[in-house]
Design a protein around this ligand. Structure first.
Ligand code: PAF
Length: 288
C-alpha cells in the first residue's frame, strides 16, 4: 500500500492503472477505522482493480470545534487496517492540501441537506459536499463507497453527483453493528462503559418504533409511535435531537403509516452524539 499526501502525486500514481483500463474505487473516510470502514474497503476491492482510501478529518464539516478536537485519530493503526482490508493507496492530505490559502468555494446541496443533520449541525453538509466533490475530482474514481449509517449524507452525495454531472457510481453499504445493535462509529470510542451500554438503546428504540408503525393500519398517524420512541430514549438517559419518519429519497416528512419511509434519529449519550436509522418498507394493504 502506498501512502500519498499530495493530490498531484495521487493523480500521477493513478495514471498507470487508468492507462491499463483498471477500474478505480474511492472510499472517503475520516480515519479511526472500525469494521464499518473495513467493509467498505473490502467491497471496493472485490469490485475494482485499485482502491484509493482517503483519510482526512475534514474541518469544514465540524460545526463544533470541540467535536473536531476530540475526533479520534490513530494513523498508524489505520494504515495497518486499511492495508489488510485491501487498500492500494491511502491518501492522507494535510488541511492546506485540500484548503490552500485563498480557497473560497463551497458546494451547497439544497432541500435534502436541510432537515435533520442539516438543521442540527449548521454548515455540516456544505463541508461534506465540498470535500467529497474535491476528492471525487482528485481521484476521478469509477465508484465511491459510503456507509448507510450516515443515511442523509448518502442522499446529499447522490444529489450533488447527479446535479454536477459527476461520472461516478455511488455505492452504499448497510450499517455494520455491534452485537447489541449499536451502529459502529468512530465516536463510540469516546463512550464510557456505562454510556456504551446505554447507547444500544438508540437502535433498539428505532426497531421498536418500526414495529409499532408496522402494526398500525395504513393511513394511521405516526405521532404517537414517534413520541413513544422519543420518550423511551429520554428514559434511557439519552438526550434526543430528533426521531422522525421521512421519505427515503427526499427526506420530506411522512405523517402516516403504510408508505415507505426511513426512521432517522440523533441523540446525545454520555456527551457523545450518535446517529442511526432504519428503513421501513412500503406496505401493501390487504384487499387494497
Ligand atoms: O462519512 C465521513 O466519514 C465523512 O463525512 C466523509 C464522507 C469522509 C467526508 O469527509
Amino acid at each position: 500500500m502506498k501512502v500519498i499526501r499530495a493530490a498531484h502525486l495521487l493523480r500521477d500514481a493513478l495514471h498507470g492503472p487508468r492507462r491499463a483500463s483498471h477500474s478505480i474505487a474511492l472510499v472517503p473516510t475520516m480515519g479511526a477505522y472500525h469494521d464499518g470502514h473495513l467493509a467498505l474497503i473490502r467491497e471496493a476491492k472485490r469490485e475494482h482493480h485499485r482502491v484509493v482510501v482517503s483519510l482526512f478529518v475534514n474541518p469544514t464539516q465540524f460545526n463544533d470545534p470541540g467535536d473536531l478536537e476530540a475526533y479520534p485519530r490513530d494513523l498508524v493503526a489505520d494504515m495497518e487496517m486499511a492495508e489488510q482490508a485491501g487498500c492500494d493507496i491511502l491518501f492522507v492530505p494535510e488541511v492546506a492540501e485540500i484548503y490552500p490559502a485563498g480557497f473560497d468555494t463551497r458546494i451547497e446541496v439544497g432541500r435534502v441537506a436541510e432537515p435533520f443533520e442539516g438543521a442540527h449541525r449548521p454548515g455540516h453538509f456544505t463541508g461534506v459536499a465540498t470535500v467529497v466533490t474535491k476528492l471525487l475530482n482528485i481521484v476521478q474514481p469509477d465508484a465511491a463507497y459510503f456507509g448507510l449509517k450516515d443515511y442523509q449524507q448518502t442522499l446529499v452525495v447522490r444529489r450533488l453527483v447527479a446535479d454536477l454531472d459527476l461520472d461516478v457510481e455511488i455505492v452504499t453499504l448497510p450499517t455494520v453493528r455491534e452485537a447489541d445493535g449499536l451502529a459502529m462509529s468512530s465516536r463510540n470510542q469516546r463512550l464510557t462503559p456505562e454510556g456504551r451500554a446505554r447507547a444500544a438503546n438508540l437502535y433498539r428504540t428505532l426497531c421498536a418504533t418500526r414495529e409499532a408503525i408496522a402494526a398500525l393500519p395504513g393511513g394511521a398517524p405516526l405521532d404517537d409511535a414517534l413520541a413513544a420512541g422519543r420518550a423511551a430514549l429520554e428514559q434511557a438517559g439519552l438526550v434526543v435531537e430528533y426521531l422522525a419518519a421521512a421519505h427515503p429519497e427526499t427526506l420530506e416528512p411522512v405523517a402516516a403509516a403504510g408508505a415507505a419511509m426511513v426512521l432517522l434519529a440523533a441523540a446525545v449519550c454520555d456527551g457523545v452524539r450518535l446517529i442511526d436509522n432504519v428503513e421501513v418498507a412500503h406496505r401493501r394493504e390487504e384487499g387494497g
